[in-house]
Design a protein. Structure first.
Length: 311
């Protein structure tokens, strides 16, 4: 049993989920895919708020999947009192606040794209820090966070984040098995960057025959792209944004390590998966250990283990 599998079983008592079989063409694949209908349908808007949109789509998954954890919080608020309950309009308005900033108890907070703290707007530090601040303000003591990224931490909150580490299969797949939401940061060597929400991963066990992915075996990712909502059939909001790509392992000259790369559908340019930020609910209350994993801003415990509690 692989180390990540043992870690999930030992720490959260989660038996590994049976890997369902799907078919792309006539080739069987095994893997995990979370329920697309639980995610948000927030679109990227001008001038480019993809990180905020991908994050809100992820938070909507937490909101819909774990109502026992988030239903009593303000992770989302009812902005339009004329329509009771949280709906798509509230997700859309939350995305604007996450992008541009909000006020909490009379204190102004920076958005991902509107900064006063020295973080470059839209950069990975603004992305990470703003997510944690949102969770701290609106849903304290509810969420475990973890991440991997190819960059150095610099201005990032140093909480549960592995830097100089290109996102790895074990981290991503293990998080999906545990019911985490995950945002991916996609980067060209020169030029564009983009953010999407990872919803599924599949592999063909052709090399080691061990029910786990090994280098050399075909893999596919499924993701929700906030740009695709802007270009898709609005009559099919649940499924229009799901896309799949075959992600070969390559040695990228920027990071000089093995990493996932693919050609993005919108411009056919090659993008590298440079960061992955994940969240999952705390289901048994705050724990003090290990101390290095405590989210100091809100007291939220953080661990790289997950527990799935599907409603």
């Amino acid at each position: 049993m692989r180390h990540w599998q043992r870690l999930c079983v030992a720490l959260c008592g989660l038996a590994l989920l049976g890997a369902p079989s799907v078919s792309y063409g006539q080739v069987p694949w095994q893997g995990v895919s979370l329920d697309i209908t639980d995610y948000g349908h927030v679109r990227n808007i001008s001038p480019g708020y993809c990180a905020a949109a991908a994050t809100i789509n992820s938070f909507a998954y937490l909101w819909n999947t774990y109502p026992e954890v988030y239903g009593s919080t303000q992770l989302f608020r009812d902005y339009d009192s004329t329509t009771p309950g949280i709906d798509q309009a509230d997700f859309d308005l939350a995305m604007i606040e996450l992008a541009e900033g909000w006020t909490y108890n009379g204190v102004s907070r920076d958005g991902i794209y509107a900064r006063t703290d020295g973080c470059p707007p839209g950069a990975s530090a603004a992305f990470w820090n703003t997510k944690l601040q949102w969770l701290s303000d609106w849903a304290p003591y509810t969420t475990m966070v973890g991440g991997q990224m190819a960059f150095t931490k610099n201005l990032h909150y140093d909480i549960g984040l592995q830097d100089q580490t290109v996102p790895q299969w074990n981290f991503l797949y293990g998080c999906l098995l545990g019911g985490c939401d995950i945002e991916l940061g996609l980067y060209q060597q020169v030029g564009d960057a983009h953010a999407v929400t990872l919803s599924g991963m599949y592999f063909q066990d052709t090399v080691a025959a061990n029910n786990w992915w090994d280098i050399g075996e075909p893999i596919r990712f499924e993701y929700i792209d906030p740009n695709q909502y802007a270009y898709s059939d609005t009559n099919d909001p649940d499924y229009a944004a799901i896309r799949a790509w075959e992600a070969p392992i390559t040695a990228d000259v920027t990071y000089n390590v093995n990493c996932f790369e693919f050609d993005w559908w919108q411009n056919d340019n090659t993008f590298t998966v440079g960061l992955a930020f994940a969240e999952a609910p705390v289901t048994s209350g705050p724990t003090p250990e290990p101390s290095a994993f405590v989210l100091l801003l809100s007291g939220i415990p953080m661990a790289l283990w997950v527990r799935r509690r599907k409603r």
